[in-house]
Ligand binder design. Structure first.
Ligand SMILES: C[S@@+](CC[C@H](N)C(=O)[O-])C[C@H]1O[C@@H](n2cnc3c(N)ncnc32)[C@H](O)[C@@H]1O
Length: 269
């Protein structure tokens, strides 16, 4: 905010201690890591995090400080004795809408600690999540995610903060938390060193503009089905050729839209 007083910070190694006008308990008390990609999630359900992000490679990377996560509990900014965060829709209609003033205070608290991070509202009205978006976010300093509930959020908040709306798909969920975890998972795995083997992000679906070829492993025969002979031939040139053909065939069949874009790109080269 333009007239906000300057916030004092003190650094100890990679950790930054930041004096904030926001009472400490409003934000999860994890130390801030300097220059480490950060997801801040504004939610009514902070205990839903890290959720599945705390498992496997993303969980290990979180523990190792390769990325960081903070939640901001929307309820703490609620109004009145019952800390109300929602109210009836202007103009009538079913359900409740998250209040602009409550959301505004929560977003200001997020921006207090991560002012450069883009703001995203998880919303079925948003543009679909893509690998390209995840790559752009992974290349930046982090992201602040707003999880809606009920009928969604007061539109003025989206306009005021110029928030980008992003969707997990053409369906409606009860809240934005699952979509937020999907976005964080897909982004964090693109941060260097989060995946043990960086090769795997180069080869997989979408990175090359095609769907991935089929994969096989042991046993060599299962339920009478064998592995394609070429994959056990040891001929790496032929294997690469076979995988490319399979990728192209699958993309043509399953995602004609992607195939058309891939062809258009090739024709330009
Ligand atoms: C029940 S939905 C609200 C739907 C809204 N009334 C509409 O028709 O667009 C509650 C919240 O869930 C989240 N949500 C639901 N579906 C989603 C999707 N496909 N992608 C991302 N977020 C979603 C959003 O944060 C939304 O505010």
């Amino acid at each position: 905010m333009a007239n906000a007083p300057k916030v004092q910070t003190r650094s100890i190694g990679r950790k930054t201690i930041r004096a904030s006008l926001t009472p400490r308990e409003l934000i999860t008390p994890t130390p801030e890591l300097k220059n480490v990609w950060k997801a801040t999630v504004i939610t009514l359900f902070p205990t839903a995090f890290p959720g599945v992000l705390g498992e496997s490679l993303t969980g290990k990377a979180l523990n190792e400080g390769l990325w960081q996560l903070a939640t901001i509990d929307l309820r703490r900014f609620g109004k009145g004795k019952h800390r109300n965060v929602d109210d009836t829709p202007a103009g009538g209609g079913a359900g409740m809408v998250l209040r602009a003033d409550v959301l505004g205070e929560a977003i200001d608290a997020a921006q207090d600690t991560s002012p450069a991070n883009p703001l995203i509202y998880l919303s079925p009205r948003g543009k679909p999540m893509t690998q390209a978006l995840m790559q752009t976010l992974a290349d930046g300093p982090g992201v602040t995610l707003l999880c809606g509930r009920f009928e969604g959020v007061d539109e003025r908040v989206l306009d005021h903060y110029d928030i980008q709306e992003v969707s997990l798909g053409d369906f409606v969920m009860t809240g934005g938390e699952i979509a937020a975890q999907a976005l964080i998972d897909a982004t964090v795995r693109l941060i260097p060193d989060v995946l043990g083997n960086q090769e795997s992000t180069v080869d997989e679906s979408f990175s090359s503009g095609l769907l991935e070829h089929p994969q096989y492993t042991r046993p060599a025969e299962w339920e009478g089905r064998t592995i394609p002979e070429i994959l056990v031939s040891g001929n790496h040139g032929k294997i690469a050729e076979w995988r490319q053909e399979q990728s192209e065939e699958l993309t043509k069949q399953r995602r004609p839209d992607m195939w058309a874009r891939h062809r258009a790109g090739k024709d330009k080269d």
